[in-house]
Design a protein around this ligand. Structure first.
Ligand code: SF4
Length: 392
């Protein structure tokens, strides 16, 4: 671990990245209390972490293990599993022993299941204050977590509050904001009365405005780390857009210590989208990235086809290098000036650039190979320069 400009360079699950307190043009990070969850520390100036949840039967240990390994390979940094009955709770110990990333048990409706999860050695227990039970039951869970050094999350869900308070709230969203935060703080008070502080809080809703407003108010009301999520966000496209909108606003204001992009679909995609989102905001170091112009009537090439071929030819590259694929030589080079390596298409030809410097002109059928060769050369030079700088 070595200090980086404006923050701490961290090497951990999901790759290396910089956790900064000041995010360039964004608001400074809210300074949350630090909470340990297994091998990770959340909050403070630690990087915003990407989490996901398994979709299979938690009680099927091998299948759950395989699913978690897939999530971890995609960059998942902590994983939550649902615990609907005692059968799944009893499987947690073995799952925990076999996986590398911290394990979070998701508990609804049953304090005894939370107690069993804690006994099984999970790293964190998420409870839903809307349905977990009486104060007495909550206190039992908190005492057990405190005594075992297990973290918790108070996971408020606007849906379960709306259901319970339907008669009181009608449909005024400002009331829901206050209700959600009050529900979270009611549990904060219980946790603190037992001298327990190792917990995060989340307030999830299925609309972006409510998610944003509730988390803003929550952030002002306490110093506990905040997990961000939008519930029931839908399939890939709407879920990605809603999460990007909600998380983008909040993270730009310095709010949020972990995120989960909920997608009705492949959970590895949740993780990938989470990382792209953090990279787009400058909260993670970029990795290898191919971008392209949208194409228009000036394009001299089938840009969609060319971009797909470039993506295919560069699959597996991870070194942070920005590659641009542009459809014309009129605007392409200017628009791609911030790319490390780019190609702008001409009539039956491609012009390969490094930044604003034209390197060579190749035939259209040579573009992909020539671009890849230039990318390889650029990365090799960067690596050599880094090696020389570190005295290796
Ligand atoms: S770079 Fe050229 S082809 Fe691409 S969108 Fe701009 S003008 Fe159109």
């Amino acid at each position: 671990m070595s200090a980086g400009p404006g923050g701490v360079r961290v090497v951990g699950p999901g790759g290396s990245f910089v956790g900064t307190e000041t995010h360039g043009y964004l608001a400074p990070r809210r300074r949350a209390r630090e909470v340990r969850v297994g091998s990770l520390v959340l909050g403070g100036s630690h990087p915003v972490r990407v989490q996901s949840m398994t979709k299979g039967d938690t009680g099927a240990v091998q299948a759950t293990f395989d699913e978690i390994v897939g999530l971890e390979a995609a960059g998942c940094e902590l994983v939550r599993v649902s615990v609907p009955t005692v059968r799944e709770a009893k499987a947690l110990g073995e799952i925990k022993r076999r996986i590398k990333i911290p394990l979070v048990a998701d508990i609804h409706f049953s304090a005894p299941l939370a107690l069993e999860a804690i006994a099984q050695g999970v790293d964190k227990v998420r409870i839903n204050p809307g349905n977990i039970g009486t104060r007495d039951e909550v206190e039992k869970v908190v005492r057990a977590a405190r005594d075992r050094g297990v973290a918790m999350r108070i996971g408020v869900n606007s849906g379960s509050i709306r259901e319970r308070k339907a008669l009181e709230v009608k449909d005024r969203s400002e009331d829901m904001v206050e209700l959600c935060v009050r529900e979270a703080l009611r549990h904060v008070e219980i946790f603190e009365s037992l001298r327990f502080h190792d917990f995060l809080i989340s307030i999830k809703a299925h609309t972006v405005p409510l998610t944003v407003a509730a988390n803003r108010l929550l952030a002002r009301s306490c110093d506990y780390p905040i997990h961000l999520g939008v519930t029931h966000a839908g399939s890939s496209e709407p879920a990605t857009v809603k999460s990007a909108a909600a998380f983008g606003i909040l993270l730009a204001e310095g709010i949020g210590d972990t995120i989960r992009v909920s997608i009705t679909g492949d959970n590895r995609q949740e993780v990938r989208v989470g990382h792209v989102l953090l990279q787009a905001l400058g909260l993670r170091e970029p990795t290898f990235d191919v971008y392209a112009c949208p194409s228009c009537g000036r394009a001299e090439v089938d840009l969609i086809g060319l971009t797909k071929k470039v993506e295919e030819a560069t699959k597996g590259l991870t070194y942070p290098c920005r590659v641009a694929v542009m459809g014309c030589i009129v605007n392409g080079p200017g628009e791609a000036a911030e790319a490390d390596v780019s190609v702008s298409a001409g009539k039956g030809a491609g012009f390969i650039y490094r930044g604003t410097k034209m390197i060579k002109k190749v035939r259209e059928d040579e573009i992909v190979a020539a671009l890849r060769a230039e990318i390889d050369a650029w990365i090799a030079e960067r690596r050599a320069a880094e090696g020389a700088a570190s005295g290796a």
